[in-house]
Design a protein. Structure first.
Length: 331
């Protein structure tokens, strides 16, 4: 599906903003701070159902009491989202929803300047990144992650209680074991699929014979639900003392290796950027393979962070996708 136009009202610093899109590449040009990223954020909300950087109260233009975003697709359909300071609603073909229905979501490859620092960022930042990516591969991943995080929050809140007994958290242990094993299985499967392509795509960008690998560092590989549950029970005393859950997939990390060495600390800035470019190209390819849909590619001011050869590679590899670019200069 191709985005035909985007209309914003009271969205961040935009009182009104209209973008007419082409089938291939659309450029949003402007100085830093003029609200270019906000346009991509609006598109993301109406294709994914949520912002990639803020809550609704922060998005609403200061001094206004509502925002509205409308996307029109090339088939004539429109997605609309409104927020009145308290409640957000999506309107799809004249029907109102509290959340964007799964069937009306559309895959997106989002490329932010901060993604170029993914390798050297924190484990939680890398988990968040891959959770967004994997969620577009398979909706069941999102479902399992949502249920796991709810159970984890409830268990952690209970762990701060006084006179807590092991049986008080048993039901949450059961849910963490069930969905934690599901998440681990998905993550290992998706990492394996990325690794099948990663070195080849990286070499096409870097033009060398280096080997790149992504590894999932996890406590739960090969662990059954029963074993997961047993470990949570075994760590109950420690967890209740610390006030949080120490075992589980919420402690996973995704680590990049270059020529069998951890890329963070050993790879140059250029090498790390080539790895991330390769990852983005693979993401778009896997989304298409698994959903049959060509994802919309949103590139937020990344051209200024890349040299000429990597810019050229970016353009070539996303050819065939609808691409919407923000930039401070013509590209």
């Amino acid at each position: 599906m191709i985005i035909k136009s985007v209309k914003l009202v009271n969205f961040r610093n935009h009182s009104e903003y209209n973008l007419e899109c082409t089938d291939e590449t659309s450029l949003i040009l402007g100085e830093n701070g003029c609200g270019k990223t906000s346009v991509l954020e609006a598109i993301y909300i109406l294709t994914q159902g949520k912002s990639f950087r803020a809550v609704d109260a922060e998005i609403l233009k200061r001094g206004e009491d509502f925002y509205r975003v409308e996307i029109e697709f090339n088939n004539g359909e429109k997605n609309v989202v409104t927020y009145d300071g308290k409640e957000k609603n999506f309107v799809i073909i004249d029907k109102k929803f509290k959340r964007l229905p799964k069937k009306n979501r559309y895959p997106v490859v989002l490329f932010l300047p901060s993604d170029l620092n993914l390798i050297s960022s924190s484990p939680s930042r890398r988990r968040d990144y891959f959770d967004l990516v994997f969620g577009q591969f398979d909706g069941r991943y999102n479902d399992a992650l949502l249920k796991y995080n709810k159970a984890l929050k409830q268990r952690n809140e209970l762990l701060k209680s006084e006179n807590l007994r092991p049986g008080d958290v048993f039901s949450w242990n059961m849910l963490l074991a069930r969905y934690g094993c599901e998440i681990a299985k998905f993550r290992l499967e998706f990492v394996d699929e990325i690794n099948k392509k990663l070195t080849e795509v990286y070499r096409s960008i870097a033009e060398n014979d280096d080997k790149v690998e992504l590894l999932l560092e996890t406590q739960v590989e090969g662990v059954t639900e029963a074993q997961y549950l047993k470990q949570l029970e075994a760590e109950f005393t420690r967890d209740s003392y610390l006030g949080h859950t120490g075992f589980g997939v919420h402690r996973d990390d995704f680590v990049f290796y270059l020529n069998d060495k951890v890329a963070e600390g050993s790879a140059s800035r250029g090498e790390m950027r080539s790895i991330i470019l390769a990852l983005k190209f693979i993401e778009a390819d896997l989304v298409y393979q698994k959903t049959g849909l060509k994802p919309v590619v949103l590139l937020d001011d990344v051209f200024s962070e890349l040299d000429a050869s990597r810019r050229k590679c970016l353009v070539q590899n996303f050819k065939g996708n609808q691409v919407i670019i923000t930039s401070v200069e013509k590209v």
